[in-house]
Design a protein around this ligand. Structure first.
Ligand code: SF4
Length: 336
């Protein structure tokens, strides 16, 4: 960042950063890593943030694995496997059982809710249109795995890619027996538009009474919507593979003359903020808040008179910790 930076005022969005699902998942890994006498393995990044994963690896020696085959090759003595906050398919759970692993299911309860809906509607003979931003996103893979024969993945408006069907052209076996579910972390506006397109094409489409988009996704987007039009630059701290974080960045780019994505404070060095007086900041539901504070400290180092204000309200939601389940026991978790 140029030393000529003229930033006078930072507006911090509330809520930002960790949601209840991320707190639950990270604490579950930290606690298990401390309690286990043997190496702890997590299936997929516990949450989609590089710093979180690096810290768990560096501080607690946690191993992260990305596909079923490597479960065969867990580190010597590795016996406990944690499922990430994004959820896993029943096939992954079955494989863990086959391998005789104990498991801790750190799936966010709000993702589990979508899995439950998928199973229910598939049992009742519905085709599920599952709206997602990528067919390769871990949450979409997990939900699809609950009812693969009954599910068609539809790209949220503006998203295309392998495995994603276009909402304008997707075809279904029976338009009278159709339900729409969604990934939890999409753009609120684009999801509503996508559902509207599908509803116009398939009037009998069932829309479940409670939305699948999670509270954390909606609340973070709401606050970015309020702050972004008022600032010169909006900064979003997020890893690129965080769906909810990238949606914040896209929203900020729509509403603010300039939006920038930062992985961490070191990315500030590449930005020319000359002439910028007001900066808005938010962060993904998986971004540790010390990364945000480090950015503010960098601005303060250049301008000791920096004004920092927070706008919005914190959330007050807590999810209970998941329990370890031994090999052969029924997999499950405590309710919210
Ligand atoms: Fe759960 Fe939403 Fe947080 Fe994902 S972003 S872990 S769905 S609360």
């Amino acid at each position: 960042m140029t030393q000529a930076s003229s930033v006078q005022h930072v507006i911090l969005a509330k809520p930002r950063g960790f949601c209840a699902g991320v707190v639950m998942a990270i604490e579950a890994v930290e606690k298990a890593a401390q309690q286990e006498s043997k190496p702890l393995t997590v299936y997929h990044s516990i949450v989609h943030n590089h710093t979180v994963v690096e810290r768990l690896t560096g501080r607690h020696g946690v191993h992260f694995v990305e596909d079923l085959d490597v479960l065969d090759a867990l580190p010597a003595g590795g016996e406990t496997l944690v499922f990430s906050a994004h959820g896993v398919s029943p096939q992954v759970k079955a494989r863990a059982r086959e391998l005789g692993l104990s498991t801790i299911d750190a799936t966010c309860p709000l993702v589990t809710k979508v899995h439950t809906e998928a199973k229910k509607y598939a049992r009742e003979g519905y085709t599920i249109l599952l709206i997602g931003d990528s067919a390769r996103h871990q949450e979409v893979i997990g939900t699809l795995g609950e009812a693969p024969e009954a599910t068609i993945i539809v790209g949220v408006l503006g998203k295309t890619g392998e495995g994603l069907h276009d909402p304008h052209t997707v075809t279904v076996p029976d338009p009278e027996k159709l339900v729409v579910l969604t990934q939890t972390t999409l753009s609120v506006d684009d999801t509503r538009r996508t559902v509207a397109i599908l509803k116009a094409r398939f009037p009998a489409l069932v829309i479940p009474p409670s939305e699948d988009l999670c509270y954390a996704t909606k609340n973070r987007q709401d606050e970015v919507r309020r702050i972004a039009p008022k600032v010169d630059v909006f900064l979003v701290l997020t890893s690129t593979h965080s769906s909810n974080g990238m949606r914040l960045y896209e929203l900020a780019a729509e509403l603010c003359p300039r939006a920038e994505r930062l992985e961490s404070v070191s990315d500030l060095a590449a930005l020319d903020l000359s002439g910028v007086r007001t900066v808005g900041i938010s962060s993904a539901a998986s971004t540790p808040d010390d990364l945000v504070q480090a950015v503010i400290e960098q601005f303060r180092a250049i301008n000791p008179a920096l004004q920092v204000t927070e706008q919005g309200e914190w959330e007050n939601i807590v999810f209970r910790e998941p329990k370890k389940v031994g090999p052969g026991e029924q997999l499950g978790r405590l309710p919210v």
